[in-house]
Each structure stands twice: as C-alpha cells, then as structure tokens.
Ligand binder design. Sequence first.
Ligand SMILES: Cc1cc2nc3c(=O)[nH]c(=O)nc-3n(C[C@H](O)[C@H](O)[C@H](O)COP(=O)(O)O)c2cc1C
Length: 178
Amino acid sequence: MEFFEVLKRRRSIRRFQDKPVPREVIEKLLEAAFLSPSSYNKRPWHFIVVDDKEKLEALSRAKLGASGLKTAPVAIVVTADERKSDVWVEDASIVAEHIHLASYDLGLGSFWVQIRNRMHDGTKSAEEYVRELLGIPENYRVLCIVGVGYPAENKPPHGDEVFEWEKVSHDEFGRGFR
Ligand SMILES: Cc1cc2nc3c(=O)[nH]c(=O)nc-3n(C[C@H](O)[C@H](O)[C@H](O)COP(=O)(O)O)c2cc1C
C-alpha cells in the first residue's frame, strides 16, 4: 500500500477476530521493528512475542487501557536495555510505531498499550507487573505492548482535522507557517 495511505488509514484497533496471525506475518512485523533507526545505532531493544492465551489474558490486566489484549491473538512486548542506551525510550518508541504501521500494511490491526510510567494498581507499576509475568531482566525496561490481530472493528481513516497547521511555526515560535 502507498505509504501515505498507510499513515492515513492506520487507526488503533482494540477488538480482534479469533484468528491466529501466521508466523511469517509476525516475522514481517519484527523485520519492520529491526529496520528502525536508533541513537548511535545501538539497537538496545528486545521483543517478546506473546501468543499464549493465559499470558495475553494476564497482560490485558496489566493496567487500565490494556483490556483490548484479551482478544488479541498476539502481542509484542517492546523492551530495551537501559544500560545500552540513555535514550532507549525514543529508540523503543520508534520501533513500536514501525510495528504499528507495518501491521496496517499487512492487513492487521494493532494498538499501543503504554506500560512505562503507568501503574498496575495502587502499589505495583505496570512495568513490574509485566516484568514478573514474562521474566524480563531488571536492565530491560518495558516501554509498551503492541497488540496485533485481524480487526473485528472498523474505523474511518483520519480526516483533514488532523492537519493542525496552527501548531506549526515559521522561523520563531508562534509565527504562523500557513
Ligand atoms: C504513547 C502512547 C500510549 C498509548 N497508550 C494506550 C493505551 O495504554 N491503551 C490504549 O488503548 N491505547 C493507547 N494508545 C493509543 C491512543 O489512544 C491512540 O493512538 C489515539 O487515541 C489516536 O487514535 P488512532 O491511533 O486511532 O489514530 C497510546 C498511544 C500512544 C502513542
């Protein structure tokens, strides 16, 4: 699909068909992830592909706003080694967006579940919860989980309302660009 069509049509999909995603399609998503840029090309990431139903169900309870993972046939947990890069957040965010966009291009739906800086409950962070569930070492930080699958909901493409030209300045902050 044409790149700008992918950008326009990608929407967050949180309900999925009960249909597995073939292994080769998941590998394509991971290829998209590996094609991400990273600061100093340090590539600090590590991905955990989760397709175990019980684990997906447990991940859907990681925090408020994760419940869409209940119907997702697969989730990709995006982590990065904070010892390898001080800007692991940026590196991992780009990766997650690559996965998001590639999902749409491959006929899948996807959504981002924020884990970093979110709480599981009153005492435990969502990151600790996911770390314990999946046995993630301390130095690997959990940015987010991308839930992926064949969509069970339809959303319209983005319209022109996203083009917020008033948020663009020319030469100095606040001077209109357009
Ligand atoms: C950093 C970030 C964190 C997000 N966290 C969540 C989340 O925890 N749960 C969720 O359902 N959606 C989450 N989203 C998806 C946004 O709600 C969604 O992208 C936004 O509402 C715009 O809708 P669209 O993706 O359909 O364009 C997140 C998106 C980003 C970029």
